[in-house]
Design a protein around this ligand. Structure first.
Ligand code: ADP
Ligand code: MG
Length: 214
């Protein structure tokens, strides 16, 4: 199938990212990538919904990597995930997508792992942090994680994070991010519970959804 509108090359992405996508075998955008990447790359806040397995990680991953300034060692992107397993998967995908860029540091901060090595890794610097809300909030509260240089905040599987009781931790984290940051909210299901948070904390978000075929 050749649909030039689904070609990653139609996007304003760095040539290194485009050539790496080809290496990864990502030849055309999935529908949610095609819908969400243009507003994301234009700097808009985005609410995106599409079923599991539709390529949401690469969608926000390319958004994160496009805004990254490698000369700056502060945490510029933060992805919150409901579980450690999902955070590990997201971190793995971000590392694959970033392979053609020099030395992008991706750090995971999840509960169930000792705090001290995570603190040491933070001291060495990370461009992108992926973690679960409870543990990320703990690092923030202790003053080990600084988010004042944050460019992009991603709530991945936002609906599941709310179901798991992470609302207070999520809100505490969001409150520590600069008002100017871009906020991206990804989920697989329509979550009524997320709407008040989105309306209160996002700036004029663009909503994109890919409906499941009946
Ligand atoms: P979701 O978060 O929507 O559940 P994932 O981000 O985990 O989905 O992606 C599912 C799979 O699709 C992954 O194995 C990923 O490598 C693959 N994938 C993502 N984007 C593309 C693409 N444009 N072309 C081919 N495969 C892709
Ligand atoms: Mg996902």
């Amino acid at each position: 199938m050749s649909d030039s509108s689904a070609d990653f090359a139609a996007l304003p992405l760095a040539p290194e990212l485009l050539s790496n996508l080809a290496t990864l075998g990502y030849h055309t955008m999935t529908p949610i990538q095609a819908e969400s990447l243009p507003p994301m790359l234009a700097g808009r806040d985005v609410i995106a919904r599409a079923k599991t397995g539709s390529g949401k990680t690469a969608a926000f991953g390319l958004g994160l990597l496009s805004r990254l300034s490698l000369s700056n060692s502060s945490v510029q992107g933060l992805v919150l995930c409901p579980t450690r397993e999902l955070a590990d998967q997201v971190a793995g995908e971000l590392r694959r997508l970033a392979r053609s860029l020099p030395n992008v540091k991706v750090l995971t901060l999840c509960g169930g792992a000792p705090l001290r090595p995570q603190r040491a890794s933070l001291e060495h610097g990370a461009h992108l942090v992926v973690g679960t809300p409870g543990r990320v909030e703990e690092h923030l509260r202790k003053g080990w994680l600084m988010l004042d240089g944050l460019e992009t905040l991603v709530l991945d599987e936002a609906d599941r994070m709310l179901d798991m009781g992470f609302q207070a931790a999520m809100e505490a984290i969001i409150a520590e991010t600069p008002a100017s940051r871009q906020m991206l909210l990804f989920s697989a299901t329509y979550a009524e519970a997320i709407r008040p948070i989105a309306e209160r904390l996002m700036r004029d978000p663009v909503t994109v959804e890919v409906a499941e075929p009946h």
